[in-house]
Write a protein that binds this ligand. Structure first.
Ligand SMILES: [Zn+2]
Ligand SMILES: [Zn+2]
Length: 153
């Protein structure tokens, strides 16, 4: 049990360790550090690339090579704790909670988080129209142009 990682992340680390155990998942420094790096106090969850995650976990005192970061992300994705958002030339990763959707700018690759409440009713009616039953985790990614790239006329 990597007590030092958990200690380093304080309350967040303890909460992450508990979450992993709830999934009957082994608690490793890599998993705790990656989830810790994706956890923010504010309500907008960050979405980081594998490279950014490597830097962020190093900041937390855990050095992970890129292969380990990817392996850890794959595992956390399989557990439903993390999701990937495909961008123009890269992939960003974020936490599944709180539930949210994404808006990605095709020009500058900015990623905006859209809260679930803003879209859920629309997604539900769109699914009803298409006679489609959405899965329990339904995230929508909108592609387009952000306000900074195309200021309103
Ligand atoms: Zn996300
Ligand atoms: Zn943009």
């Amino acid at each position: 049990m990597p007590q030092s990682t958990v200690n380093h992340l304080g309350e967040t680390g303890a909460r992450i360790a508990m979450q992993l155990r709830r999934h009957e998942e082994r608690v490793t420094p890599a998993k705790v550090a990656v989830l810790g790096a994706l956890t923010r106090a504010d309500e907008t969850p960050p979405h980081l690339t594998a490279r950014e995650l490597g830097a962020a976990t190093a900041h937390l005192g855990i050095r992970l090579d890129e292969a380990t970061v990817y392996r850890t992300l794959t595992r956390l994705e399989a557990l439903g704790l993390v999701h990937a958002v495909a961008m123009n030339h890269t992939t960003r990763f974020g936490l599944d909670t709180p539930p949210h959707h994404h808006a990605v700018c095709d020009r500058c690759s900015a990623l905006q988080v859209i809260t679930a409440a803003q879209l859920d009713t629309l997604v539900a009616s769109a699914c009803a129209l298409a006679e489609f039953s959405p899965g329990c985790r339904q995230a929508v990614t909108l592609n387009g142009v952000c306000g900074a790239c195309a200021p309103p006329a």
